[in-house]
Design a protein around this ligand. Structure first.
Ligand code: PLP
Length: 359
């Protein structure tokens, strides 16, 4: 799992100092180093990105019966924590220029649900939402913004790190993300009290007392010291990973961009993505399934773009504002293999297989 070896050092330290307990030096240091890396004042390391979304929403005051706006084009982990809190998701469409939350659909949503409690935005595939537009709308209405930056560690919007614009931002270190602790998450905020409260909830809401005393419901969501050691090592290779992901994207672009009806995911001039996955959109006669099947024959895995929440059996009973663009992206998008271990030969093989379909 480790391609660079910094992890062993920190994990060994956790063992050597007897801190194989939930809390210890690696957790605090990982939080500090992470906060510094993304340019924010406070961070709390948790067990998963999903747990981070759960406590960020709770911190924003979301509770029973509250409405939360959430993009429909995302992974289900963005939406599930809304339900953990017995709140109600309203799904918002994407726009074609960012693949992320559409400002015009968001405006419509505010007209229909003016008493919304929080807005969750997602930076899909390491692209960024057009934050200025979204923040303008939300600040105007005085509604807190939470950023799901699970896929966008290392991605910037107008020079500022994604996940640091909202009241709270979350990140994930799940196995499939750009850096990983095998499982883990982080909440960040400029508000130190919010982060202190999240750490309190995440450690079973133990009051300051010698005996075990609880005045609030608690969670067991704190990251372990050993995994935080892995995180510290992984953080050191983030820039290298982003560079490799960008190399992969540019390789595909060089080889495939000329194909009729094939377009790449939108890179806006204000966006410095982390290129977590290289995604394409098919507008001509070659369809996503043909590409996925051709690659599969060659034992290469590729995936469709996320299936929108409003088309999911479990979530379809909730309201969606627009939704056609997200559905279009799902039906016509493909995520190409983007693992940082891929060699030029691997990338070449993918490109040859795809180009065959145009012959
Ligand atoms: C991975 C992911 C999450 C959840 O993170 P976990 O650490 O796996 O719980 C949330 N949102 C998005 C958009 C993700 O891709």
């Amino acid at each position: 799992m480790s391609d660079e070896g910094f992890e062993q050092e920190f994990v060994k330290e956790a063992f050597d100092t007897g801190w194989i307990t939930p809390l210890g030096k690696n957790v605090t240091e990982f939080e500090n180093e992470f906060a510094q890396k993304v340019g924010v004042s406070n961070a709390a390391a948790l067990t998963t990105g999903t747990a981070a979304i759960h406590l960020a929403l709770k911190s924003a005051g979301v509770g029973k019966g509250d409405i939360v706006f959430c993009p429909t084009l995302t992974f289900s982990a963005s939406a599930n924590p809304i339900l953990y809190l017995n709140a109600i998701p309203v799904f918002i469409d994407s726009d074609l220029t960012t693949w992320n939350m559409s400002a015009s659909s968001l405006e419509k949503a505010f007209k229909k649900f003016p008493d919304v409690k929080a807005v969750l935005v997602v930076h899909l595939y390491g692209l960024s939402t057009d934050m200025d537009k979204i923040l303008d709308i939300c600040k105007n209405k005085n509604v807190p913004v939470i950023e799901d930056a699970a896929e966008s560690l290392g991605a910037y919007y107008k020079g500022q790190h994604t996940g640091t614009f909202g009241d709270l931002g979350i990140f994930s270190f799940n196995g499939n993300k750009i850096i990983t602790t095998s499982g883990g998450g982080m909440v960040v905020s400029e508000d130190s009290e919010k982060i202190a409260k999240i750490k309190f909830w995440a450690t079973q809401s133990r009051d300051k007392a010698r005996h075990y005393q609880h005045s609030e419901m608690g969670y067991n969501y704190r990251m372990s010291n050993v995994l935080a050691g892995i995180g510290r090592g992984q953080l050191k290779v983030l820039d290298k990973r982003v560079a490799k992901k960008k190399y992969i994207f540019e390789f595909y672009k060089r080889e495939l961009a000329h194909l009729d009806g094939l377009e790449f995911m939108p890179i806006n001039k204000w966006n410095e993505p982390n290129y977590w996955l290289s995604c394409i959109l098919l507008k001509g006669k070659v369809k996503p399934l043909q590409i996925m099947e051709a690659l599969e024959k060659d034992n290469i895995e590729s995936r469709p773009v996320w299936k929108p929440m409003h088309l999911q059996p479990f979530f379809e009973k909730y309201e969606v504002i627009d939704g056609e663009i997200s559905q279009y992206l799902f039906e016509n998008g493909v995520c190409l293999p983007s693992d940082t271990h891929m060699t030029d030969e691997d990338l070449e093989r993918v490109c040859i297989t795809i180009k065959e379909l145009w012959k």
